[in-house]
Design a protein around this ligand. Structure first.
Ligand code: TYM
Length: 328
């Protein structure tokens, strides 16, 4: 049995990359009897400006989505990051051993800081340290994430080791779990870059809430190439990505799907792919809507989750405070 933990930002859009990169792996690992922890990182979300009303709505939507995907709040501790104050407390302590240089090297920070100049916030810069605190606070062994979080995970490992060397064994050094397929779903409009909710066009992603028409339109206009052969060839990023998505939503290997489309063009393939995505999304969307209709139930689940998480976090912080010498 392992302690498995992951977290996602509560944003108005969760796309199939988020689903296959992080949510679905958590559902699978939950069935193996692990100790699962999953939360919506609202204090990470505010590293970029957020409208308070939207943030509140996005939190409900995030939790409804995890539940709709199959997260069982009995088996998984499900909560909202800001409810467990120890996350920010530990982040402060880790700030005092983290180096400016290593944070400056974070590629996600560099991408997000573009154009902000001197006005880039300290929160955005410090974001990976809060993430390290999220992980280390719970003696996490395994962190299922998409490929883009690998560098942040490395930092969490480095901070755990640095703290342990300085103050004695305190933190478990966590391992990332990055799936072989689905860890990096690419943008539909530009398959050389990852699918991202902050892309300039909504043609870039399939949101879990996209309706049938939108999915058909987005897949129809997805970038491919002029070869017209449906094959899982990494060098042909567009069709490779669409085949991966086909494989993920149907659970069938890409090699088998290729055979179905021998001698057929991209038109047939894209039409079927849109249909498969819609079949896959429909039951999830129904469940999300059902959960959102009962906010009281969501609040009760979050209260119970926060209580369980807080008990673990408080135990750990007692040790951490003692190690650094602030308990008298
Ligand atoms: P976030 O909210 O950007 O993304 C949530 C998860 O979705 C994965 N992901 C993808 N996977 C495959 N293909 C894609 N195109 C794609 N885009 C996103 C991400 O890798 C991630 O696993 N910093 C984190 C949240 C976080 C966290 C943590 C994660 C905060 N504390 C502790 C793990 C453990 C983030 O912003 O993810």
């Amino acid at each position: 049995m392992s302690r498995i933990l992951t977290a996602l930002q509560p944003s108005g859009i969760l796309h199939i990359g988020n689903y296959f990169g992080a949510i679905e792996p958590m559902v699978r690992l939950q069935e193996e009897g692990n100790e699962n922890i999953l939360f919506a990182v609202d204090y990470h979300a505010i590293t970029v400006p957020q409208d308070p009303g939207d943030l509140r709505a996005n939190l409900y939507y995030a939790i409804a989505t995890y539940l709709a995907a199959g997260i069982d709040p009995e088996k998984t501790i499900l909560f909202q990051q800001s409810r467990v104050r120890e996350h920010t407390e530990l982040a402060w302590i880790l700030n005092c051993i983290a180096h400016m240089g290593e944070l400056e090297r974070m590629t996600q920070f560099k991408d997000k800081a573009v154009g902000k100049g001197e006005a880039v916030t300290v929160g955005l810069f410090d974001y990976p340290v809060l993430m390290a605190a999220d992980i280390l606070l719970y003696d996490t062994e395994v962190v299922p994430v998409g490929e883009d979080q690998k560098q942040h995970l490395e930092l969490a490992r480095d901070l755990a080791e640095r703290f342990n060397n300085r103050f004695g064994d305190t933190f478990i050094v966590p391992e990332p779990r990055i799936r072989t397929q689905g860890a990096r779903i690419m943008g539909l409009d530009d398959p050389t870059k990852k699918m991202s909710k902050s892309a300039s066009s909504e043609r870039n992603y399939i949101s879990l809430m996209d309706d049938e028409k939108k999915v058909i339109k987005k897949i129809k206009t997805a970038v491919t190439d002029s070869e017209g052969i449906v094959k899982a060839d990494r060098a042909r990023e567009g069709i490779f990505n669409l085949l991966s998505i086909y494989s993920l939503v149907t659970g069938r290997p890409a090699s088998e799907i290729e055979v179905d489309y021998e001698g057929k063009g991209y038109g047939d393939f894209k039409k079927d792919l849109a249909g498969e995505i819609n079949t896959f999304l429909a039951p999830i969307q129904d469940k999300i809507t059902e959960y959102l209709d009962d906010k009281q139930q969501l609040i009760e689940i979050l209260d119970a989750g926060a209580e369980r998480a807080q008990a673990l976090a408080e135990e750990k912080m007692k040790v951490v405070r003692d190690r650094i010498g602030v308990t008298l």
